[in-house]
Design a protein around this ligand. Sequence first.
Ligand SMILES: CC(=O)N[C@H]1[C@@H](OP(=O)(O)OP(=O)(O)OC[C@H]2O[C@@H](n3ccc(=O)[nH]c3=O)[C@H](O)[C@@H]2O)O[C@H](CO)[C@H](O)[C@@H]1O
Ligand SMILES: [Mn+2]
Length: 288
Amino acid sequence: MGQDPPVRMSDLAVWEGTFDPQVIDEAFKSYNLTIATTVFAVGKYTRFLRDFLLSAEKHFMVGMNVQYYVFTDLPGDVPGSMTLGVGRRLKIVKVPKFGRWQEISLRRMELIQTAIEEYIHQEAHYIFCLDVDMRFHGRVGPEAVGKLVAAIHPWFYWYPRNQFPYERRNVSTAYIPLDQGDFYYQANVFGGAMEDIHRLTKTCREHLECLPLSRASVCPCPVDKSVGVEALWQEESHLNWYLLRNKPTKLLSPEYVWDDLRGSGAKEIQLVRFSSVIKDNAEVRENI
Ligand SMILES: CC(=O)N[C@H]1[C@@H](OP(=O)(O)OP(=O)(O)OC[C@H]2O[C@@H](n3ccc(=O)[nH]c3=O)[C@H](O)[C@@H]2O)O[C@H](CO)[C@H](O)[C@@H]1O
Ligand SMILES: [Mn+2]
């Protein structure tokens, strides 16, 4: 394992042992904050909702007000009988189903941006945007709250920056040269203050919008050089581009975005708090 990224990460990120949960909880109590939490469950991904929500009720921002927004094309498939904790509510938002999984995933930027503008900004102080194919196993509390919060990808933290899977084609609006970049962030979790995430999602949406998607004929930025180029990891590539220019004010260690595929053997990870479940992509996705 290389030395540089893990050492820097342990200095800067939120890890087990870097905060006192009781002190943090106590400090946040008087603010009575509401945390908006967006999660998309489109098509077959509704199957992940129950475990996601049940585990979130046990571990995610416990003791705080949480307003979940479940974006789905299948409102009838949202588990109806779940009892949420005090101060926690769930709103279903109907969204269209786009044809390709890549587009379902990347369209989240636009849908979150407009939802923030239309109602979320009035209903919460901070916002977290999460993947649904995930489960909480340990505390994710107000220690994760900040102005601009990003999580370090569990597969790349020991790599040198020139091997991060950033978008490397300079015709893309997500292009990052080999000698740039701080960390490779995973798009499964990002969050922050409302205006910061509004700016983030708006910028990423504008950069993504130049793709030949289903509404390509009305592309609003005809001069953009990225027309026709879908970034390597879709919105995640754009998120990484954005966070290179707008540094996160809070870094979450991979404890906060683990991947069950990596197992539990990494010695630097004392505690898995939130992780991607193992899924059969060919079965749940609309296309390969
Ligand atoms: C290991 C890997 O391959 N990682 C990439 C893959 O993550 P993931 O494998 O985590 O992507 P994913 O299949 O979980 O899709 C992202 C999220 O979009 C939503 N969703 C997606 C498809 C669908 O049919 N219905 C639905 O609701 C859902 O909330 C899901 O959690 O894709 C992402 C989106 O571009 C990023 O590029 C990741 O780096
Ligand atoms: Mn996922």
